[in-house]
Design a protein around this ligand. Structure first.
Ligand code: NAD
Length: 445
């Protein structure tokens, strides 16, 4: 029997909390929909007016899906059931909601954290919160941020006695983009409250959507665990870049090596690709480093891992040069097509994308670059083309950085058909099936 679309039945559950989600980005919007889908009334707050307007019209570019439906489907259902409104006005949220869930980030610029967004959100909340409200921070934090940065700001701005009148807690968001709606429900959550009442209030609000285990701990532990989770992926992938180089020189396939090693129950090697991107993993080392500097300690292994991952685009170009007997100058004027602008497979997120870093490096070497990614907006990238055919036309070298459905079933022969001059392909994500065409040299990570 076909599974029923339960969003059609998500009428308001009056025993659920009315929640305000602050920040409606990659995490905040699906989180808002997870609550609305359960029957909570959700007030979504974002400072980006154009984004809020689109959401009010039931439109989103999010590519999250859940149970065969797009996030846009859930958004339109939630709006029609009056379970969701989007606004730029914090006071609208404060009139209805008694739980405020913050999902604005702390970007890193040149290794230093930018607190502007989280400060602005905290400042705005401090002006509107009421006694008994819950402030639940779900952004990824530099360890110590909630107690040493956020709470002092709340105390400075609010007229309430912050430690007694409101509940404050931290519960890092651990879901992966693309699987958010599922993982909000199924992934364990860590919860650190300022006091027992704060922890209990946070657990009650988290429980609305989450059926997994909720682990009560300290604020600092929850903040640190989240960053360590991300950092272990950075280190694992950096290690695998080295292992991949070793395997290549041994004439071994890295994906096969990873697959076989992972048959061991206590081994979990990640698959190296064109590098590490997105908001979370590249920032993780810097989040720890900021605190480590404060404490006067060094993190040399983590620093080296970050550096290795940061340099993968250069490593790829160096490898192509070595395999082909080229110099750095050989790239001048060479037509190179990069397939993929997203930071990981099947994603539309191009934040800190290694694909873009790779193209920047190609442009520095004066290559003639075109790129294509069906999920990433063209506008910021002058070299991006609107179709695969346009992008590949005349390509002499093709570099596939991430998988997308547009070339999921491609073989080397398909590339050759669309790019007759192509003699070299670097497939960083093992996307292409190989065939008998020996006129193209195929390199893989
Ligand atoms: N993206 C992920 O996969 C992921 C996974 C786990 C955790 N996280 C963490 O979640 C947090 C959010 O990440 P994201 O990827 O959703 O970021 P995002 O940039 O996609 O979303 C942030 C949103 O907050 C809005 N915003 C900025 N300042 C604001 C303010 N003062 N008031 C209201 N809204 C404001 C922005 O306009 C944007 O829409 C980060 O801390 C990130 O590290 C992200």
């Amino acid at each position: 029997m076909q599974r029923q679309d339960d969003t059609a039945h998500a009428i308001r559950n009056t025993s659920w909390p009315t929640v305000a989600i602050i920040g409606l980005g990659f995490i905040g919007l699906p989180l808002a929909m997870a609550y609305a889908r359960k029957g909570s009334r959700v007030i979504g707050v974002d400072i980006n007016e154009a984004h809020v307007k689109r959401l009010q019209q039931g439109k989103t570019t999010s590519i999250e899906t859940y149970e065969g439906h797009t996030l846009e489907h859930y958004l339109q259902n939630a709006i029609s059931q009056n379970n969701f409104i989007a606004t730029t006005d914090f006071s609208v949220a404060a009139r209805e909601a008694d739980a405020f869930i913050v999902t604005v980030g702390i970007p890193i610029l040149d290794g230093k954290p930018l607190y502007d967004a989280i400060d602005a959100a905290t400042d705005a909340l401090a002006k509107v919160i009421k006694p008994g409200d819950l402030l639940l921070y779900r952004s990824t934090h530099i360890p110590g941020t909630l107690r040493n940065h956020v709470i002092p700001l709340l105390k400075k701005v609010s007229s309430l006695d912050i430690e007694h009148d409101v509940h404050i807690a931290y519960a890092p968001e651990r879901v992966a983009e693309g699987r958010a709606m599922e993982e909000f429900q199924t992934v364990d959550v860590l919860v650190g409250g300022l006091n027992d009442a704060s922890t209990a209030h946070a657990i009650e609000v988290l429980r609305t959507i989450n059926q997994a285990s909720l682990h009560a701990t300290t604020i600092e532990m929850a903040e640190t665990v989240k960053v360590v989770e991300n950092v272990q992926r950075d280190v694992n992938i950096a290690m695998m870049q080295e292992i991949a180089r070793f395997a290549q020189n041994m004439g071994l396939s890295t994906p096969e090596l990873v697959g076989l090693a992972n048959t061991h129950p206590r081994v979990n090697l990640l698959t190296p690709g064109a590098g590490v991107g997105g908001y979370c993993i590249p920032n993780a080392f810097h989040y720890l480093q900021v605190k480590a500097e404060d404490m006067g300690i060094e993190l040399p292994l983590l620093a080296m891992s970050r550096d290795i991952n940061q340099r993968v685009p250069i490593t790829i170009l160096d490898r192509i040069e070595r395999a082909s007997g080229w110099q750095a100058s050989t790239w001048q004027g060479k037509k190179v097509t990069v397939l993929g602008l997203a930071m990981k497979n099947y994603s539309n997120d191009d934040r800190l994308s290694p694909s873009v870093a790779l193209i920047d490096e190609l442009l520095r070497r004066e290559a003639d670059v075109t790129a294509f990614d069906p999920l990433v907006a063209l506008e910021p990238y002058a070299y991006a083309r609107a179709s695969l055919e346009d992008a590949l036309q005349d390509a002499e070298v093709v570099i596939v950085t991430v998988r997308q459905h547009a070339w999921d079933r491609f073989s080397v022969e398909d590339i050759r058909r669309l790019a007759p001059p192509c003699r070299l392909i670097f497939d960083a994500c093992s996307a292409l099936a190989t065939d008998q065409d020996r006129s193209i040299s195929l390199l893989r990570v």
